[in-house]
Design a protein around this ligand. Structure first.
Ligand code: ATP
Ligand code: MG
Ligand code: MG
Ligand code: MG
Length: 562
């Protein structure tokens, strides 16, 4: 591609509102431009990198036995109502109405669409397992779109879905996908870790996030210095050895289950429970279920909640919505505590730590008629706190260290949640109808691009790993007005192109200094400069990352480019 014929609008200055390197450099090197908050255009260079990442993703998905398809971004609200997520997804879901006043969502994710499709098209166990994926634009009205491509409101995701007739089959697919994800991020040149994750609002239990290690990451990873153990800190609380006396327990029980039914009590209760280090709680007040997800500093009824990730109280109006919320976020989570006024119906931190078994593990859940000691153990009342650096690793090997991570991928075992809600059934070999079992697997493709830049840059610009670089070679003629330089550069351009090497040819009528600065900024792995010794057929060959350079004859070029 000739630089004079394309659009690479480089900037010398650091854009004022870009705080992190990938955002700054992708803007400065002319890869992206912002159209609205969290909404970006990919310019020719950006689009090329995107395609490289997408190709890696496609190859690995195809290898894992998944088939590519493409689903609509415009999604009828009815499907989201079937799963209850029209209500529970909250303001992150972009909603709109058509001219007939019908409601739609812009796809934030595609479980509803694919499950409805498969329910109609797949009726027999003979068609299972089935793995499908797409690479598509997703919309999420993020509260704080920021960091350029890292947290957009419109972004590109690869999402895959698998359908099964047994949990063993799901396990196999999950392992395959996990391996495919490791391959993808390795091929992108990323330094990453797969960590145990929180199933959050998507439902399901077994789940891992793929985290690119980076100071600008919004997640904290707790990992062992000696073993493979690594978890999102949200999922890595520890129990201190301290056990409460029965007197103390009774006292706590009193505070924990006040015999009143006001929101204020809920807030008090919440505050108390949070002080114990619990992170996700659900309460029932009268017949309304109040779902409380705690993450971050937050205020509830003027009560400030500290040292948490975020808190929100959602009043769930109907029984159906209540069940949906439980199924979506907490279905497989354990302990349940019934009191007269307020019920703590699920608490994921406790479940994780003490591995309490109660009526709510496996596929089902219940949140009434659950008794302490019978259905869950008293270890719920052990002192809990979030894991800290220096703690022993929960797997018993080594000591915990912290690192910041960017979540680039996420794999989930969804189980039956969506299929049950939407009635996706297959007939088994006995002719009996069963609910399908599902997995889902996402990769932030545009986020991955930015994560690569976070790990690959220096003070002069981006230093792309070859496999995802927009071009392999940046060819520069120092002075295109000099006939012998232009001639040699043209020749090299043709030779490389015919050899299948991707070349960006800077044939612009710019000063050499400008071309070099732009070239460093853009970060193509190899630079070939045609200058003084053009008449003898010699060029300068420079490696962007190492800065190594040498003079080569044009005949030696092909073998030097790997
Ligand atoms: P986050 O915790 O960063 O908000 P998420 O857990 O909500 O991400 P998932 O629902 O797991 O995201 O979606 C799959 C993948 O899509 C994520 O692992 C991430 O790489 C990507 N992704 C999610 N939200 C965004 C966003 N706002 N901008 C860019 N990529 C995103
Ligand atoms: Mg999110
Ligand atoms: Mg996440
Ligand atoms: Mg996620």
């Amino acid at each position: 591609m000739k630089q004079s014929e394309t659009l690479i609008p480089t900037l010398r200055e650091v854009p004022a509102d870009a705080d992190i390197k990938s955002h700054q450099l992708l803007l400065r090197a002319g890869f992206i431009r912002q159209t609205a908050s969290g909404v970006y255009s990919f310019l020719p260079l950006g689009k090329r990198v995107l395609r490289k990442v997408e190709e890696i993703v496609r190859e690995e998905m195809d290898n894992a036995g998944a088939s590519e398809m493409f689903m609509p971004a415009l999604q009828p609200s009815e499907l989201w109502m079937e799963t209850g997520r029209w209500n529970t997804f909250g303001p992150e879901l972009m909603r709109l109405r058509d001219r007939h006043d019908r409601e739609f969502a812009l796809g934030a994710t595609h479980e509803e669409i694919i499950t409805s499709l498969i329910r109609d098209e797949v009726k027999s166990y003979k068609k299972l397992p089935l793995k499908l994926y797409q690479i598509q634009t997703k919309f999420r009205d993020e509260k704080r779109p920021r960091f350029g491509l890292l947290r957009g409101r419109e972004f590109i995701m690869k999402d895959a879905y698998s359908f099964h007739d047994s949990f063993e089959s799901l396990d196999t697919a999950y392992q395959k996908m996990y391996q495919a994800y490791s391959n993808i991020f390795s091929r992108c040149g990323l330094n990453f870790r797969a960590v145990i994750a929180d199933s959050g609002a998507m439902g399901g239990k077994d789940t891992h996030e793929f985290m690119v290690l980076s100071e600008v990451g919004e997640d904290t990873i707790a990992y062992s210095d000696t073993s493979d153990y690594a978890a999102n800190i949200e999922m890595a609380p520890v129990v201190t050895n301290y056990t409460k006396s029965s007197e103390e327990l009774k006292e706590m029980e009193k505070v924990a289950t006040p015999n009143q039914k006001t929101m204020q009590d809920v807030a008090d209760f919440l505050n108390h429970s949070l002080a114990k280090g619990l992170k996700t709680l659900m309460f029932k007040v009268d017949d309304k279920l109040v779902l409380v997800v705690t993450r971050g500093d937050h205020e509830v009824n003027d009560i400030k909640l500290k040292n948490l990730f975020e808190a929100s109280i959602v009043e769930l109006a109907t029984e159906e919505e209540t069940k949906t919320a439980i199924g979506a976020g907490f279905g497989s989570l354990g302990p349940v505590n019934v009191s007269e006024g307020i019920e703590v119906v699920a608490d994921s931190a406790v479940q994780y730590v003490s591995n309490v078994s109660c009526g709510a593990n496996a596929d089902g859940y219940h949140y009434v008629n659950v008794n302490p000691d019978r259905d869950f153990q008293i270890s719920q009342y052990a002192d809990l706190r979030f894991i800290e650096e220096g703690d022993p690793s929960p797997d018993g090997n080594g000591t915990i260290l912290f690192a910041k991570g960017i979540e680039v991928g996420h794999v989930f075992k969804l189980g039956k949640f969506y299929a049950e809600k939407m009635g996706a059934k297959y007939l088994d070999d006995q002719g009996k109808a069963n609910t399908m079992i599902m997995g889902c697997y996402g990769i932030g493709v545009s986020r991955t691009l930015a994560a690569i830049v976070e790990q690959y840059h220096d003070e002069n610009g981006i230093t792309w790993p070859t496999k995802v670089a927009p071009f392999h070679v940046h060819l520069i003629a120092i002075n295109s007005k000099k006939e012998e330089q232009k001639q040699l550069a043209d020749e090299v351009y043709q030779t490389l192109k015919s050899a299948g090497i991707e070349v960006l040819y800077d044939d612009r009528k710019e000063r050499a200094g400008v071309k070099f600065a732009d070239s460093d900024l853009v970060g193509i792995p190899y630079r070939i400069t045609v200058g003084k010794r053009a008449d003898e057929g010699y060029v300068e060959f420079k490696h962007r990352t190492t800065g190594e350079q040498s003079e080569l004859h044009q005949s030696e070029l092909l073998e030097s480019i790997k």
